[in-house]
Design a protein around this ligand. Sequence first.
Ligand code: 5RP
Length: 225
Amino acid sequence: MTEDEQKQAAAAKAVTYIKDGMVVGLGTGSTAAKMVDLVGEKVAAGLKITGIPTSEATATQARNLGIPIVGLDKVSIIDLTIDGTDEVDPQGRLIKGGGGAHLREKIVASLSDKMIVIAETKKKVDQLGAFKLPVEVVQFVAPALKPRLEALGCTPELRLTKDGTPFVTDEGNYIYDCDFGKIDDAESLALTLSTMPGVVEHGLFIGFADTVIIGTDNGIEVIEI
Ligand code: 5RP
C-alpha cells in the first residue's frame, strides 16, 4: 500500500469505533482529514454524532460535510477522539503538532474517554525524537525562550510559513520545532516544558493513546496500549 492508502485504511478502521449518539473529537492533519471525510459519509447516511474539531481547518471541513460540531463550551466529556500523529512509540507515546494544532488536540484528547491514533507505518518508531518536537510559545516571549530551550539540549527553529513569516497557530502563538535527537526521557522532558512560563503546549502526548491503528503494506495493525 502507498502511504496514502495506509492512512486511508487506518482511518477506515477507526471510524468503525464510532457509534450513534457519540461525541467525537475530530483530529487534524492529512490522516485525520481522511477520517473526517469518512465521518461525513456516515453522517450523510444517517449517523447521529456531535463533532468536536481540534482546529479551524477541521471545523471548516466538518461544516462543509454537514457534520454537526460544537465547541468545548457546550460539551465537557468526549466519548472518542480520533487523531493522527507524527510519531508513535511502543508505549503509545506520541509526538504531535506537525500541523500546529497540538494545543487543541491535547485538550480534546485529555477530555476524551478514548483516543484512537491513526497513522501510516513510517510513524511507528522505537524511540521518539527523529521528528522535531513542536513547542508552542507565546509570541512576545519567543526570542527570550529560544536560549532556554537550547539549554534543554535542542536546536529550536521558529516555524515559518511559505512566505517566510512566522507560522501563527489557531490560538495566536508561535511554534519552535525543537530537534532533541532521540529523546531518552520523554516524561521528564514533557514535565520540564510544561512548567516553563511562556510555553503554551508541547507535542509530547504521554498517556493519551488507548488504541493505535497503523496502516501497513499488509493491511492494518491494531495495537491496544
Ligand atoms: C497536527 C498533528 C497531526 O496529527 C500530525 O502532524 C500528523 O499529520 P499527518 O496525518 O498529516 O501526517 O499533530 O497538529
